[in-house]
Design a protein around this ligand. Structure first.
Ligand code: FAD
Length: 473
């Protein structure tokens, strides 16, 4: 049998080399591209989709911008983004919270536009609708990517590459060592499709919760005083609520999602809430077949949860579904191993490192690996989620951003070098923005200095990051 086709070297077009290519324009990658461009690099930002902001653009609140002791952990470009959004009336300032540090909410549409404006102002070039599929390694140096898009295959060349794909796709293709999910069984946190509903009578929802105080936990401020539901109605709330209503619906055969309460987040838009309630266990987000199944199942669950809200939850009777996340949300896949692996002890102990390039304060947020499964040595807390607060923000060493065995690539976002448990905190949006900032600046310094990322002097990197407003200690 003979085959004909164009899969030889001639089938691949070659793009002119640039200083820094950022793969993935999500939570970490968009910030990394701004950072690299502001540090003087010519930057090309690639993404498989046509929009930027990744999971941070789906309407979820940013927890842990400050730690549970009230100390700010996120500065730099991430903080600048929130300041811009506040000036536009599209974000509410951090609300102190003793469990999750702080809650910052933003309008996801304005967030996307603001990120785009910051990227354009910084001089970033874009290559969207482009999937990074393969890499070409020279010895241990990674400077070439094979991407696929409407025009076929293309070779993209850069002095330094930032892997901000969330899954560590680039580093893994290059042969970097990684751990998938939890050690030793490779189990991963469940996946969830986030969606938003509008037309919610938030006052009626809180009136119900006031009359049924067992249907939500009221959070506390940093000083330990409890919020009232009136405080939250006027600001923002992130809650797991309505267990009795979920139980009734399950009893009536209307609800089969493996969650016993509904995650509800209010934001700056009147009557619009973000819902975090769908859940599929046992999905490997690096397996396209598993991912396809999860896309279908979470869409089915989304409509079921929406119907439940309309039918049974006070305040939602006239609500409608306005927005579903662009893809199923994957909490965890690969952890790319650097010369240091961040541990649960580091994260909960607020550890400082001499080579810190970012800080984290998002709580350790672990969802049940299997329904009701053990997390951190105990049964999961209510709602299938175990949260551990970060009393003092921890440092993230630059060694967690550089794959141990290859050169030319820096990792940003949820795939950085951390254990399964520590990654429960590192994956928070504010932390991903901080590691994105550090990775982009490191990549630019590596490209301009003609050295591998591990060859960039840490002191110099820290000075540039501090000058850019990043908080390192
Ligand atoms: C369901 C769910 C709920 C969460 N809740 C919260 C919350 O309430 N608060 C909070 O702070 N955090 C929350 N998180 C965590 C947080 O949203 C994410 O961990 C974080 O946003 C990940 O950032 P990232 O930049 O690493 O990845 P992403 O934001 O996912 O960005 C990755 C980008 O890379 C692109 N990409 C991926 N692979 C390729 C490829 N091969 N080629 C080209 N492009 C590619 C994607 O299109 C995407 O734009 C939640 C996460 C999930 C899944």
């Amino acid at each position: 049998m003979t085959f004909s086709g164009r899969l030889g070297p001639d089938a691949i077009r070659t793009r002119a080399e640039t200083d820094v290519v950022v793969c993935g324009g999500g939570t970490a990658g968009a910030i990394a591209a701004i950072a690299a461009a502001r540090t003087g690099a010519r930057v090309l930002l690639l993404d498989q989709y046509g929009r930027l902001g990744g999971m941070a653009s789906t309407g979820m609140s940013f927890l842990g911008v400050s730690d549970a002791g009230g100390r700010r952990a996120l500065g730099g470009i991430g903080a600048e983004l929130f300041e811009r959004l506040e000036r536009l009336g599209a974000a509410l300032a951090d609300r102190p919270d003793r469990q999750v540090g702080s809650v910052t909410v933003a309008d996801p549409m304005v967030l996307q536009q603001t990120l785009l404006a910051m990227l354009i102002d910084a001089g970033t070039q874009f290559l969207l609708h482009t999937f990074c599929a393969e890499v070409m390694l020279e010895d241990r140096g990674l400077h070439r990517l094979v991407v696929a898009n409407k025009a076929g295959l293309e070779l993209v060349r850069a002095r330094t590459i930032v892997d901000a794909t969330g899954d560590g796709d680039i580093a893994a293709r290059a042969g970097a060592r990684f751990v998938l999910g939890r050690t030793p069984d490779a189990a991963m946190q469940p996946v969830t499709r986030i969606f938003r509903v509008a037309g919610v009578d938030v006052g009626a929802m809180f009136a119900y919760l006031r009359a049924h105080p067992d249907q939500m936990d009221l959070p506390e401020r940093w000083d330990g005083s409890s919020y009232t539901s009136d405080d939250l109605a006027a600001a923002s709330v992130v809650m797991d609520a309505f267990p009795a209503l979920v139980a009734e619906a399950r009893q009536a055969g209307e609800f089969d999602v493996p969650r016993d309460r509904i995650g509800v987040e209010t934001g700056p838009l009147p009557g619009v809430v973000t819902i975090n309630a769908t859940r599929v266990h046992g999905i490997d987000g690096t397996d396209p077949d598993a991912l396809s199944g999860a896309e279908i199942e979470t869409q089915r669950q989304m409509f079921q949860v929406f119907q439940f809200l309309r039918r049974r939850v006070p305040g939602f009777q006239h609500a409608w579904l306005v927005d579903a996340a662009y893809q199923v949300g994957v909490r965890e896949t690969r952890h790319i191993l650097g010369e240091y692996v961040l541990t649960l002890g580091d994260v909960l102990g607020g550890k400082d490192f001499p080579d810190a390039v970012a800080r984290g304060a998002y709580p350790v947020d672990l969802h049940d690996i299997r329904p009701g499964a053990d997390v951190l040595g105990s049964r999961v807390d209510g709602g299938g989620v175990t949260l551990r607060k970060i009393v003092r923000a921890y440092g993230i060493p630059v060694r967690c951003l550089i794959p141990a065995t290859i050169d030319g690539v820096v990792v940003a976002g949820r795939a950085i070098s951390a254990s399964h448990e520590a990654a429960g905190s590192v994956r928070g949006q504010a932390v991903c923005m901080a590691t994105g900032h550090a990775a982009g600046t490191l990549a630019a310094l590596s490209a301009s200095g003609g050295v591998a990322p591990r060859g960039v002097a840490v002191g110099r990197l820290q000075t540039v990051l501090r000058d850019q407003g990043a908080i390192l200690a």
